[in-house]
Design a binder for this molecule. Structure first.
Ligand code: GUN
Ligand code: ZN
Length: 434
């Protein structure tokens, strides 16, 4: 049995969106705090002086002076097979797919290779403080078997799926509508709901699926409880024009997915940058979520996501690294990019908002806030220990901060994976920086 451990450090977590609730309701911050974990779940989170008064018998005490504990980061959109196309410079989305991405995704029909990269991806995610991700595989089911096996071995809460793609890609990456139905069914049976894993039906984006295949996606969602739908939407102007040519009877890009029954509370649309008012409203009414991928949007020159509009439409929104369109797995960097995007839009977000998006915001977007994303009693104890003095510059700058908000600003603007001192999964240390 994984008995009781109390982690003593500063502790921060969110209970609400800090943009829509007063600070006292939005987050809890205990400068001298403690997080009591029993059997892999949060029992209590609070001021150390309260928690230490009444510890369970035999409780181990871990003292972490000067450290800040926050819930594990949640990456709501990432492609594990794209690690090897990171930093592919010089092009925007459609050329980037053809030049870099499609050739790289070919290798994932080789199980040994897929195992190696899946393990590397998850270990790197942990070392960057990310504990849950919504993940694209490739078109080959082998890529997803390898990914789920690696996630299960590490006891991680992960969501993934095989890409559906039956046109407009190289032959070696194409499936068929019927074949993809059978492949997905088999993967769902093998993995969905096993341990901490869940399956996402994953049409790559509208241009690479025939209407018949999008229908298959809708059928899978109808036939199985609790599946996710994960795809791209309105990322790049040329992509949007292409979708209009391919689906002339659709009112807009989102409508292509809507016509096939793909919207709903477990549907996550990556990017969603260039949306008309009708799409914003429909997205909100359907309960669908958005993965805001600011690092990728800046790197691929896709555009500036309108977070304020998403919020005003009540659309749950999390952060996505979108590796390899994004440049790294570090959600601290995604927070910084989100801040930069918000500055360019003249709608500056606060560091509190950025940390909310990377934790509870992501959990809400993935429909998982009853399990992860905050330290509510009973939640799974996935968290990270941050070291605000990880480098000489950070030590110097964080030493001058006077408020929590200032410290969070320093961590997101100046921080990187060196700030992640350890990552804890279900109460067990899964990564420690030496
Ligand atoms: N749209 C379709 N496929 C992709 C992909 O792999 N990455 C990004 N960023 N956008 C896409
Ligand atoms: Zn993507």
């Amino acid at each position: 049995m994984n008995n009781a451990v109390v982690w003593k450090a500063s502790v921060l977590h969110f209970l609400e969106d800090p943009d829509s609730a007063p600070a006292s309701d939005a987050y809890e911050y205990f400068e001298d705090g403690a997080l009591l974990v029993v059997d892999g779940h949060v029992l209590l989170c609070g001021a150390a002086q309260d928690i230490m008064k009444d510890l369970p018998p035999g409780c181990e005490v871990r003292e972490l002076p000067g450290r800040l504990i926050v819930p594990g980061f949640i990456d709501t959109h990432v492609h594990y097979p794209q690690l090897e196309v990171l930093a592919g410079c010089g092009v925007q989305l459609l050329d980037w797919l053809n030049q870099y991405t499609f050739p790289a995704e070919r290798r994932f029909s080789d199980r040994e290779y897929a195992d190696e990269i899946a393990g590397f991806f998850l270990d790197q995610s942990l070392s960057h403080g990310t504990t849950t991700s919504l993940v694209f595989g490739t078109v080959d089911p082998t890529s997803v078997d390898a990914f789920f096996a690696a996630a299960q071995q590490r006891n991680l809460r992960m969501i993934a799926g095989k890409v559906l793609m039956d046109r407009h890609a190289p032959d070696y990456l194409l499936d068929t509508a019927e074949g993809s139905y059978e492949d997905c069914k088999a993967l769902i049976q093998r993995w969905h709901g096993k341990d901490r894993l869940a399956y996402a039906v994953t049409p790559r984006f509208a241009p690479t699926s025939t209407p018949e295949q999008l229908q298959v996606a809708g059928r899978l969602l109808e036939e199985h409880e609790g599946l996710y739908l994960h795809t791209h939407l309105s990322e790049n102007p040329k992509e949007i024009e292409w979708v209009q040519e391919l689906f002339p009877s659709s009112k807009n890009y989102l409508d292509v997915y809507d016509q096939h029954g793909l919207l709903g509370p477990r549907s996550i649309f990556a990017h969603s940058i260039h949306l008309c008012d009708q799409s914003w409203e429909r997205m909100g009414a359907s309960g669908s979520s958005i993965a805001f991928c600011p690092g990728s949007n800046l790197f691929l020159g896709s555009g500036l996501f309108n977070l304020g509009k998403a919020k005003s439409c009540g659309i749950p929104t999390g952060l996505g690294s979108d590796v390899g369109g994004g440049t790294d797995l570090c959600l601290l960097h995604s927070m910084k990019s989100a801040y930069q995007v918000s500055q360019l839009r003249e709608e500056t977000i606060s560091p509190l908002q950025a940390f909310y998006l990377a934790t509870l915001g992501g959990a809400r977007a993935l429909h998982l806030s009853d399990r992860i994303g905050s330290f509510r009693p009973g939640n799974e104890a996935d968290f990270v220990v941050l070291n605000p003095e990880a480098t000489p510059m950070l030590r110097f700058r964080s030493g001058k901060t006077k408020t929590l908000e200032e410290l969070l600003g320093v961590l997101m603007v100046m921080g990187d994976d060196r700030v992640i001192e350890s990552t804890v999964i279900m109460g067990q240390e899964a990564f420690r920086r030496d």
